[in-house]
Design a protein around this ligand. Structure first.
Ligand code: NAI
Length: 249
């Protein structure tokens, strides 16, 4: 399926886990793909790798400009870079809150701010095919223990998605998010490495999802590719859960 042929995409955090799977899937379906990441070593072959930090407005500006310079236009933004935080509100101090919100929320704001002028231009040429997709999380809508900061950051991403969808719907720019449940990525690997009993911790994460398993990065990537595709031309302001039934069941 080459339903994304002719689209040029930027994927933040595209060198690992969900972002790398998204970059590979968009590429497989015919898009040209730029990957913005702190560490671009895991950027899939065939992508344009751009080393940048989403906490730096200048980095994001330059990376967007580099992608547009290479491709000539930008149709698809997947804002996916994010970091985790474990704990209750008593566990994380202000500095940790600022650090996580800077990456998870402001990183997406900066990416949108610099991409929107290009998306607006592209929307005139490709009606229905211009979009922003945020990687949110089921943590935005479910009360998960010991995830106060992370959940708050993803709650902000969900609200940002809805607000941006309203702001840009008349410009032909669709804005959606995916809400993965726990996904089998290096991130979860790091979480398990730090656990007292990694086997029990993994079993608990699997049990939390009604299907009794983690979701794969490829399953999340397929949802993102759909939201970016012309098949989703009527879809904006939606949160698509890919969570093994966690939200709905
Ligand atoms: P990951 O840790 O495998 O990949 C994250 C990527 O983002 C890495 O390549 C990292 O270098 C990059 N990154 C981090 N901070 C950055 C910054 N300041 N500037 C540029 N790049 C930066 O993690 P994973 O699991 O693939 O997560 C991706 C997204 O999916 C995150 O937004 C996360 O919140 C979300 N998510 C993950 C879930 C999971 O269970 N793995 C579940 C729900 C959502």
């Amino acid at each position: 399926m080459r339903d994304l042929a002719g689209l040029n995409a930027l994927v933040t955090g595209g060198a690992s886990g969900i972002g790398a799977a998204v970059a590979a899937e968009l590429l497989r379906r015919g898009a040209r793909v730029a990957v913005l990441d702190l560490d671009t070593r895991g950027a899939p072959d065939g992508t344009l790798a751009l080393a940048a930090d989403v906490t730096s407005d200048a980095d994001v500006r330059d990376a967007v400009a580099a992608a547009v310079g290479e491709f000539g236009a930008l149709h698809t933004v997947v804002s996916n870079a994010g970091i985790g935080a474990v704990g209750t509100v008593e566990d994380n101090g202000d500095d940790e809150w600022r650090r996580v919100l800077d990456v998870n929320v402001l990183g997406m704001v900066r990416t949108a701010r610099h991409a929107l002028p290009h998306l607006r231009r592209a929307a005139a040429d490709r009606p229905g095919a211009v979009s922003v997709t945020h990687t949110c999380s089921i943590a935005a809508t479910a009360g998960l223990p010991r995830r106060a900061l992370y959940s708050a950051s993803k709650g902000a991403v969900l609200s940002l998605t809805l607000a941006m969808a309203a702001d840009h719907v008349r410009e032909g720019i669709r804005v959606n998010c995916v809400n993965p449940g726990t996904a089998d990525t290096p991130w979860v690997g790091r979480l398990l490495d730090r656990a007292d009993d990694p086997v029990a911790e993994r079993a608990a994460l699997e049990a939390r999802q009604p299907m009794g398993r983690l979701v794969s990065a490829a399953e999340v990537a397929a949802a993102v590719a759909y939201l970016a595709s012309p098949a989703a031309a009527a879809v904006t302001g939606t949160a698509l859960a890919v969570d093994g039934g966690m939200q709905g069941l």
